[in-house]
Write a protein that binds this ligand. Structure first.
Ligand code: 5AD
Ligand code: SF4
Length: 348
């Protein structure tokens, strides 16, 4: 197993050979444990309204430069049907944090309709991952009962001090962790993650994050480089220690794959946005999930979490995955193997 000192020496070694060697190790662990399958989640960014005020994100409530939108039910459901007809098995529904009860009722209704309309010939319909921020237990339960079964809620950093410097006082790490605990106790497959290269972030923070993921026994991971967004307080910010956030993200992904061999891990859009080779590098570093953006173009330009977000259509993503020696798997949800092991152990 990798000791803390060993992880530190890997993270601090800027020799490209160190990264290459680490990725080769991660690739071997991945093939042995989860094979070369890559699963797809069609991403629908259905609303950019957000009540939170994270200092790093272009969708923050105080950013008045954004044109806000919420897609109507019919449009989301039609996109889901299109995804299903195109052979996709899973969707990721993402939005800013909409805290009203009516917002939760809306999305629960959308989920139930998608499940009903895509369940065909005894199949369970599209698998649904949600990523809509912090909510109370009852809201999460309502969404689970409606048919969502995976949830992504990044902690961004597991360090309470760093967390408090990138969020306003009304947002806390404790609250976010309590949400992750609620999601797990309801029965979701739970995903979290961090940004790499945040202002104030150092290597010790990242080592603690990797420990946090293991302690929390998470099922899924999504990580990407921090990318400044013009209309935020962090427009010109970045870590003074982590200068190459792209390579550092790949290192953290590879370490995560070695430490947590059976989780699902996404090759994030942020990773692909900072480097044209980000997708294949992310897959080689251990990612087994890709999330092609299905959000209609009309809305995309308003979903500006960070600057210069890059979109590649599924066909291109697919070609790149195949060229890297991996295999896109249709016909299966592609759930986290870790989740099933975790549940089995609980039942024993
Ligand atoms: N750069 C990179 N990723 C970002 N996110 C938010 N803002 C940025 C940014 N400036 C990520 C966060 C959040 C997810 C929805 O997007 O990790 O959880
Ligand atoms: Fe809202 Fe999420 Fe952006 Fe924070 S990161 S401002 S919760 S959309």
């Amino acid at each position: 197993m990798l000791s803390k000192d060993r992880i530190y020496s890997i993270l601090s070694n800027e020799d490209p050979a160190c990264l290459e060697d680490l990725i080769a190790r991660a690739e071997a662990v991945r093939i042995k444990n989860i094979g070369n399958d890559v699963y797809i989640r069609g991403l629908i960014e259905f609303s950019n309204r957000c009540y939170a005020n994270c200092y790093y994100c272009g969708l923050r409530k105080s950013n008045h430069q954004v044109t806000r939108y919420s897609m109507p039910k019919e449009e989301i459901v039609n996109l889901a049907l299109y995804a299903c007809d195109s052979g996709l098995q899973s969707l990721a529904l993402q939005a800013g944090e909409n805290r009203n009860k009516s917002d939760i009722d809306f999305i629960a209704d959308v989920i139930a309709t998608i499940k009903e309309l895509t369940a065909r010939d005894g199949s369970p319909g599209l698998g649904i991952t949600l990523s809509i921020g912090e909510h109370d237990y009852h809201s999460y339960k309502k969404l689970f009962d409606a048919g969502a079964h995976r949830y992504l809620l990044r902690i961004e950093t597991s360090d309470p001090v760093l967390f408090s410097t990138i969020h306003p006082p009304s947002q806390s790490l404790d609250r976010r962790i309590a949400c992750l605990d609620d999601l797990k106790s309801i029965g979701y497959q739970v995903g979290t993650g961090i940004m790499v290269g945040l202002p104030g972030q150092n290597l010790e923070h990242i080592i603690k994050d990797l420990e946090f993921f293991q302690e929390k026994d998470i099922d899924m991971l999504g990580m990407g480089p921090f990318i400044p967004q013009t209309d935020t307080p962090f427009a010109h910010a970045g870590s003074s220690i982590i200068k190459d956030s792209y390579s550092m993200t790949l290192k953290v992904m590879a370490l995560a794959r070695i430490l947590m061999p059976d989780i699902n891990m996404v090759a994030s859009t942020a990773l692909q946005s900072v480097n044209p080779k980000g997708l294949s590098a992310g897959i080689k570093a251990g990612a087994n999930i890709i999330m092609p953006v299905l959000t209609p173009e009309l809305y995309r330009e308003s979903y500006i979490i960070y600057d210069n977000k890059k979109y590649k259509p599924l066909e291109i993503l697919e070609q790149e995955v195949v060229a890297s020696g991996y295999h896109i798997t249709y016909g299966q949800w592609g759930d986290s193997l870790h989740y099933f092991k975790r549940i089995e152990e609980k039942l024993r």
